[in-house]
Design a protein around this ligand. Structure first.
Ligand code: SAH
Length: 368
């Protein structure tokens, strides 16, 4: 356990940039970087094979590289980006949250969730978040900084390694799904998140070789970035955090709605669905007496009817001091029924990780 007080450390805003790392670079850039320090370009492939293929980021493990060269290569291309402050588990160890300290002291969290048929990792794309949604713990603290591509990727590489090595209860396993639903708004850190998606999905040894279909990017609805994302031609899933079908309420729950309305956000979502061929996931946190009325369920049903959409209802996880709480079971059931009446597919999300503050919207590392 860390010493008391350790977790309350807040990094200064605008701290210096994270060090350059192999996972920030394309394969071509890796060859150039290796050549720049006077090493043979093929070393880039060897390093990629170690990092992405074998999940071996420590120089002692690179036995096909002369010992004399390892130190320099590690320093230039695989610097230590982050360290584990602690892991906390719950749900009979099927859920594990990791608190990371980045090179400048910034804290971020990731969560690994094990299901019978898959393992999902929820990763952070920013330290903090600038979107200011009042029901979300990360939103309360404001934006600290963007994560680099490698800082995003390393959360996953380490998660994959821990799983393979049997560090997570349930035996050795492979990571199948990644959701950008940790701290931050991924589309507000567009270039670095896209870089991370490339590293995750490029076949080994250039990347981790995870299927694009297993990756979900969740957004508050930054419309221009949603269009740009559609134009990338990926088959990742897009999740849209809607939370209200009407602008009046959504303006308060998701403040960026004053910039792009429900209508504009949904239009961009349908375009993404058309281009990618994937159903868009509509996220809706059910908040008692705020957004769970029958007429709102009906309005939502009418907006989504016949579209390539799936609604994910999330019982609100109240954040500390919140005046809001989750919907009554009967209101939740009625909400589901109203959507089904319109033929809209709907599921209620399980709330893994609640008791370790690792559930949806509870990640807020720098506050604790
Ligand atoms: N910024 C992105 C991704 C981060 S949050 C986005 O907003 O989509 C992932 C999901 O958790 C979002 O749908 C978010 O609205 C939801 N969420 C945030 N706080 C929550 C809370 N307290 N209870 C339930 N869901 C919450």
């Amino acid at each position: 356990m860390p010493a008391p007080g350790e977790l309350t450390f807040v990094a200064p805003r605008g701290a210096k940039k994270p060090p350059r790392h192999l996972a920030d670079l394309t394969p071509q850039e890796r060859r150039e970087a290796v050549a720049e320090i006077g090493e043979k370009p093929f070393r880039a492939k060897q390093l990629s094979q170690h990092y992405f293929g074998r999940l071996a980021h420590r120089p002692e493990e690179w036995t096909d590289i002369p010992a004399a060269a390892r130190g320099r290569l590690a320093e230039e291309l695989l610097p230590e980006l982050m360290s584990v402050v602690r892991h906390i588990s719950c749900d009979d160890d099927a859920t594990r949250k990791t608190l990371w300290r980045l090179h400048d002291g910034t804290l971020v969290e990731s969560v690994l969730m094990r299901y019978p048929d898959r393992v999902t990792m929820c990763v952070s794309s920013q330290a903090g978040c600038g979107m200011n949604c009042p029901f979300c713990a990360t939103g309360q603290a404001g934006l600290d900084r963007n994560l680099s591509t490698a800082e995003i990727v390393h959360q996953i590489v380490d998660g994959a390694r821990a799983l393979r090595d049997g560090e997570v209860a349930g035996g050795s396993a492979r990571l199948s799904n990644i959701v950008f639903m940790g701290m931050g708004e991924p589309l507000a850190n567009y270039k670095r998140v896209l870089g991370a998606i490339r590293r995750l999905t490029d076949p080994a040894p250039d990347g981790l070789g995870i299927s694009q279909r297993g990756i979900t990017v969740s957004t508050v609805g930054l419309v221009p970035a949603m269009h740009r994302f559609a134009d990338e031609g990926l088959s990742c899933r897009l999740a849209v955090s809607l939370h209200a079908p009407d602008d009046e309420l959504r303006n308060t729950l998701v403040p960026v709605n004053t910039r792009w309305t429900v209508r504009e956000v949904l239009d961009a979502a349908w375009r993404y669905a058309d281009v990618s061929g994937r159903r868009v996931s509509i996220e809706y946190a059910l908040i008692r007496d705020i957004n769970d009325q029958g007429w709102r369920a009906d309005l939502l049903g009418r907006l989504l009817k016949g579209r390539r959409a799936h609604v994910n209802l999330i019982p609100l996880n109240p954040t500390p001091g919140s005046k809001w709480t989750a919907s009554r079971p009967e209101d939740e059931a009625e909400f589901v029924r109203a959507l089904e009446t319109h033929g809209v597919p709907v599921t209620v999300r399980d709330t893994r990780g609640q008791e370790i503050d690792g559930a949806c919207g509870q990640l807020a590392a720098s506050q604790r």
